[in-house]
Write a protein that binds this ligand. Structure first.
Ligand code: FES
Length: 185
């Protein structure tokens, strides 16, 4: 016996409600799936914490260049991009590149280039040679050198921070997050 139009409509509405409930359930799983998958998409630390600074072609032999290092960190749903610190890069005639932290070992001010062949700290007048050696002022040690690698014409630096105000260089640990490095020189 054929169903009445009323019964047919009831059947259709039931089907529609079932389909909508299934769709809502599927949508509800999206954030859950995301929270599982997103951490898997985090960049792997296979570069040993090296950050690209510049192309080696942008450096002139014997001319220091100040470069800010930018890092990107993906943590769960948040993504932070920003400057974590700065370095003085120097290319030598043999093609090797050295990096010195811009943070003054005395009290942490930002070191500038003073003359063609020296750096200087504006806070208490420490002076350093281009290799970082301290020649004048209260800095208890030379400027802090950082590890550099040149790969395919790009210069990479492993950025680190060191304890200030002490004679011996003491590493404070890796700086990999722009939020933690925001106030660095
Ligand atoms: S902070 Fe650089 S000399 Fe004092």
């Amino acid at each position: 016996m054929a169903e009445s139009p009323k019964a047919e409509r009831r059947g259709f509405l039931k089907l529609l409600a079932g389909a909508l409930a299934a769709a809502a359930g599927a949508l509800a799983t999206v954030p859950v799936l995301g929270s599982v998958v997103t951490p898997l998409m985090k960049p792997k630390a296979d570069d040993g914490g090296l950050l690209r600074a510049v192309s080696v072609t942008e450096l002139q032999d014997g001319v220091p260049r100040r470069v800010e290092l930018v890092s990107t960190v993906i943590d769960g749903w948040s993504r932070a991009v920003g400057v974590i610190g700065a370095v003085w890069l120097l290319k030598k005639p043999d093609g090797t590149v050295s990096a010195l932290s811009t943070i003054c070992p005395h009290s942490g001010c930002s070191i500038n280039q003073k003359t063609k062949s020296t750096y200087g700290c504006p806070c208490h007048d420490s002076t350093f040679e281009l290799d970082g050696n301290a020649t004048d002022g209260p800095s208890p040690r030379p400027m802090d050198p950082l590890e550099v690698q040149v790969k395919d014409k790009d210069v990479f630096v492993k950025y680190r921070r060191f304890k200030i105000g002490v004679k011996e260089k003491q590493e404070l640990g890796a700086v990999d997050c722009p939020r933690r490095g925001r106030d660095l020189a």
